[in-house]
Design a protein around this ligand. Sequence first.
Ligand SMILES: O=c1ccn([C@@H]2O[C@H](COP(=O)(O)O)[C@@H](O)[C@H]2O)c(=O)[nH]1
Length: 266
Amino acid sequence: MNRQELVQLIRDRKSYLCIGLDTDMQKIPKHLHSHPDPMFAFNKAIIDATQDLCVAYKINTAFYECQGIRGWESLQRTIEYIPKTVFTIADAKRGDIGNTSAYYAKTFYETYGFDSVTVAPYMGRDSVEPFLGFSDKFAIVLGLTSNAGSADFQLQPAGDGLLYEKVLRTCASWGTPDNMMFVVGATQADSVAAIRKIVPDHFLLVPGVGAQGGSLKDISEKGMNGDVGLLVNASRAVIYAGNDEKFAEDARAAAQALQAEMATYL
Ligand SMILES: O=c1ccn([C@@H]2O[C@H](COP(=O)(O)O)[C@@H](O)[C@H]2O)c(=O)[nH]1
């Protein structure tokens, strides 16, 4: 999916909600455990219940990788089940020397068919560029993350500003808003004005609403640009809104509340 199609989808659905499929075998309802593929059964029910309310699904690969081959099979069934009209994110936080990054890009864009993959930029230009050479695909580079540890490096002084500002400025010069987005935590709303000065046109993937306490209102008011420019992720707050037979209904209600609030900001 390209940027124009994503913007149109957001306008049509009055939503910039990304639902995170952080599917945890310890948390899915007990009655699904007898299913041949419990993770996929859970994801399928969530997707069926929410697909008209969101514009993206984010699969955090850690939850699948830890299950070995069965987890990768659940991931594959899930990505194949998500409608092609919805934007997909492999939250894998990859990045390595160039030839290795090229295989990470091929894995997520071609083998699995994701629209985007999250990329850790610490290894520099040659580690990020292999994710940029695919049409209608996006590298989503970690900018200012939602966790407390973001203060350890990202918020440290570097030259005239802070390290994360240098990361945003430098990475933005390697790509364009058509092939790159940035991760900015919802818990970092106070920094969003500074971020928008550096990357006014890029989409921001914003995790941290819900379980991590970030404010949808703050991030929407401070982070939106002319093309909306935001994908706000909620994982646990949506997919674990309930944990019994009606978990999918509960997930829909949680997603609907977020979408309804988003509609007021558009
Ligand atoms: O800075 C970051 C980068 C990624 N994440 C990921 O987003 C979701 C958030 O889950 P919630 O349950 O909505 O808190 C999860 O997959 C994280 O690994 C992040 O939180 N912050």
